[in-house]
Write a protein that binds this ligand. Structure first.
Ligand SMILES: Cc1cc2nc3c(=O)[nH]c(=O)nc-3n(C[C@H](O)[C@H](O)[C@H](O)COP(=O)(O)OP(=O)(O)OC[C@H]3O[C@@H](n4cnc5c(N)ncnc54)[C@H](O)[C@@H]3O)c2cc1C
Length: 529
């Protein structure tokens, strides 16, 4: 085990991540004590604060948990876990009640009922939202105020976690660094329960809608400690990121197409009607591939909202409006340039119905976990619902398995920590070789680049965590020789008829790369079940 400059004995649990999953877990744990560690600031870090549409939950009079579950399984191309899907669909409405109790100001209709929006592939209007497209910011503002007012929750911002401390096969602590340059220090947080809520992997790609904190660190840390990883190949690409050269790329929410906005090329020609009967409202992966192919043949693609939304743009979609105006585009009148961008990871640390990972003492919740809810493709607005449902379930499990202590935790003074950035070569490689469309030779080239970056990393643990995650995504994509949901293989464009989930450890991934192609078929059979 590493040696740290400082050891902190945390009473209760430590939670890594201060997005919706981390804060909700901490609130549900209270008054059981927890220390919430994050590289960013509470309420302002991670993807959660950027969420636009809202949360899916069967709360409408014409809706039911079973319809929500059916829609979720269909969007996941039949490869989701039916038991987990039922669990999330049944419990999501109670988690919305929790958010209302914390004070989240969800939009209401003229009768005072929750106002519900309908998004693509949902058979009912079931998305609760706040101020149009500002759900994430409003929810995170409310949760951070609630966490700050809860005495059992200690916030530790400005720490970059790099490694799990494992003793006798059990997670017993977390190494994190704080401060910058020669002042950087390493601290070991020791606790009897560790919950990862570290978000997604988007920033491992050159074009992403995710904040740069979403760089697969939690997944990499867990995988390097031996955790089982599920469905790593399933990365969702949002079709309509606003292509104005920003990193990360702002999002033009799907709701715009729901309102009738059209996808056109530079001449104003629509191309979606020739590709899918639902045209612009086809499943996300179909639209993303169509745009990707237009761009690959040198075309530019635009979202034209002028007829569908027009002058109401600023009031109906304030976040998208602000992003366009700051890039010199008036979206009420001018078409918005768009491109697909890495958006959501359906895969992650394999977890069970209580949020437990394969490592005793380590739970995982939110986007970093793979519960089996999303299958090969996520239904819009299901990720916040999943984070809430599993935050509550993991909290209950942690509370039930440990004895509460009431010690106060003493944290080092906050320091300016500069979290490691993903190498640009890795980001370009993931976008071009492990992106919207994949094929065997390109995936093998990506593994060679990852190998050379691993050698050049000089043992830096943050780089190794990101590279471990990239290796798992790429290897799982290589092993899945079929096209399903968000995973499209140009060399295997058909579905193999086997909607199995995939499971890999980092050690499996390394062995497979070293022995390819000899063991590839056997490895695939072993790792899909
Ligand atoms: C633009 C955008 C719009 C979206 N809209 C919706 C929507 O409308 N509905 C929906 O359901 N989903 C939406 N999503 C997806 C959803 O927002 C995310 O899946 C969800 O917020 C993830 O929450 P989380 O708590 O798991 O992770 P995050 O909110 O990403 O939080 C991760 C936390 O982990 C911390 N962290 C990570 N690694 C480390 C480390 N090594 N050391 C210390 N701290 C670390 C980060 O600082 C952060 O605090 C959207 C995503 C994006 C990007």
């Amino acid at each position: 085990m590493r040696t740290a400059d400082n050891t902190i004995e945390a009473p209760g649990a430590i939670i890594l991540g201060a997005g919706i999953a981390g804060l909700f877990t901490a609130l549900k744990l209270a008054p059981f004590p927890s220390v919430v560690i994050a590289s960013g600031q509470s309420g302002r870090s991670g993807s959660s604060v950027w969420a636009q549409g809202g949360i899916a939950a069967a709360v409408g009079d014409d809706d039911s948990w079973s319809l929500h579950a059916q829609d979720t399984l269909a969007a996941g191309a039949g490869s989701g876990d039916a038991r987990i899907t039922e669990l999330v669909a049944r419990e999501a409405p109670q988690r919305i009640e929790d958010l209302l109790r914390y004070g989240v100001p969800f939009d209401r209709d003229s009768t005072g009922q929750l106002s519900l929006a309908r998004e693509a592939a949902h058979s009912r209007a079931r998305i609760v939202h706040v101020s149009g497209d500002r759900a994430g910011a409003a929810i995170m503002g409310t949760l951070s105020r609630a966490a700050a007012a809860t005495p059992s929750i200690a916030m530790a911002g400005g720490f970059e976690a790099i490694e799990l401390a494992i003793q006798d096969g059990k997670a017993v602590g977390l190494f994190a660094r704080y401060g910058a340059g020669t002042d950087a220090r390493l601290v070991l947080f020791r606790a009897r329960a560790i919950v990862f809520a570290t978000g997604g992997v988007g920033a491992l790609y050159a074009v992403t809608t995710n904040p740069l904190e979403s760089r697969g660190q939690g997944l990499g840390i867990a995988a390097r400690a031996g955790a089982l990883v599920a469905d790593a190949e399933f990365v969702q690409f949002h079709p309509t990121a606003i292509a104005v050269g920003r990193d990360p790329a702002p999002l033009a929410t799907e709701a715009l197409r729901g309102e009738g906005a059209l996808l056109v090329d530079h001449t104003g020609r629509r191309f979606m009607p020739a590709i899918h009967p639902a045209a612009e409202l086809a499943p996300r992966d179909v639209v993303a591939r169509a745009i990707h192919r237009e761009i690959a043949r040198g075309e530019r693609v635009f979202l034209d909202c002028s007829d569908a939304i027009g002058d109401n743009f600023a009031s109906r979609f304030p976040t998208v409006h602000a992003a366009c105006v700051s890039a010199g585009i008036d979206p009420a009148k001018e078409p918005i340039p768009v491109a697909p961008a890495a958006h959501y990871h359906m895969g992650g640390i394999a977890s069970d119905e209580r949020g437990r990972s394969s490592i005793p003492g380590l739970w995982c919740v939110g986007e970093c976990a793979s519960t089996g809810l999303h299958g090969a493709n996520r239904l819009a607005s299901n990720s916040l619902a999943e984070a809430l449902v599993f935050g509550a379930l993991a909290a209950e499990d942690v509370r039930g398995s440990l004895v509460s202590e009431s010690r106060n935790v003493k944290l080092p003074a906050p320091a300016a920590t500069v979290a490691a950035a993903p190498p640009q070569r890795l980001r370009r490689t993931m976008s071009t070789l492990v992106g919207v469309e994949r094929e065997q030779n390109q995936l093998r080239n990506a593994l060679s680049v990852i190998r050379s970056l691993e050698r050049a990393s000089g043992g830096d643990p943050a780089a190794q965590n990101m590279l471990a995650t990239a290796r798992l995504i790429t290897t799982a994509a290589l092993l899945r020789r079929e096209s399903i949901g968000a995973h499209f293989r140009r060399d295997h464009p058909q579905r193999a008829g086997n909607p199995a989930r995939s499971f890999l450890t980092l050690q499996d991934a390394e062995t497979i790369a070293a022995n390819w192609p000899v063991t590839s078929r056997a490895a695939h059979d072993r790792n899909t079940q």
